[in-house]
Write a protein that binds this ligand. Structure first.
Ligand code: MD3
Ligand code: FE
Length: 204
């Protein structure tokens, strides 16, 4: 991470094995109330390769007609998202020191072959708040670019228990997940990688 943009921080193995298990148990119970759903690209309706759920007052969703947005309810059940786990609120306070709490924890589940193309997260009103990411299960190759699409990128392999914080300039940089090393970890019950991203959505 020598040349990562200002504001980017990587905490390898922030969570130990027992904390990773506790987070997986929280995800398991969350998705009983708010099952994983397939997000679709705006306009085309093409399915993305990850499946999603959320914790917190606002969930990130995407569909053909209404596109990317934050919604207080699940797209198929119409029910509120499960509460944000305490462990994640503590993580946010410890690594960001930000004045307001995150309202959203997006849960991305990468099954065999899933990836995420280069994008910038800008559906939040509060883009001054950092974004915090937790990796669980199979490792992944994360790639960070600059503020313009198509520029040079740098890779960082993320392992289970790693935490990444994007503040400052890094918050406005293109990033992607180019590969998941499927089957390298046994943490996720039905296999693959789970990424949790904590986001502040509304202006404080
Ligand atoms: C850099 N998720 O959900 S987490 C996403 O591993 C997303 O599932 C990836 O990108 C994943 O939007 C990467 C790390 C991350 C999250 C948000 C960022 C990096 C970021 C926002 C701005 C810059
Ligand atoms: Fe992102």
């Amino acid at each position: 991470m020598d040349n990562f943009p200002p504001g980017f921080a990587h905490y390898p193995h922030y969570f130990d094995a027992s904390q990773q298990n506790a987070l997986i148990l929280a995800v398991k119970s969350g998705v009983e109330q708010a099952p994983f759903f397939v997000p679709r690209m705006p306009r085309t309706g093409t399915p993305m390769s990850v499946v999603l759920s959320n914790f917190g007052a606002l969930g990130w969703v995407s569909d053909k007609d209404k596109g990317y947005r934050y919604d207080p309810v699940h797209p198929t059940t119409g029910k509120p998202w499960p509460a944000m786990p305490e462990l994640l609120l503590d993580l946010w306070d410890n690594v960001t020191g930000y004045e307001a709490q995150p309202e959203c924890c997006l849960i991305n589940w990468y099954k065999d072959g899933a990836k995420m193309g280069a994008h910038i997260d800008n559906d939040e009103q509060d883009t001054r708040a950092p974004v915090v990411s937790v990796s669980l299960g199979d490792p992944a190759m994360f790639r960070m670019g600059g503020p313009k699409r198509g520029g040079p990128t740098q890779g960082l392999k993320l392992f289970s228990g790693d935490v990444v914080v994007m503040a400052g300039e890094s918050r406005f940089c293109y990033h992607s997940v180019s590969k998941v090393f499927y089957g390298e970890s046994a943490l996720v019950p039905r296999g693959g990688r789970i990424n949790l991203t904590l986001r502040r959505v509304a202006l404080p």
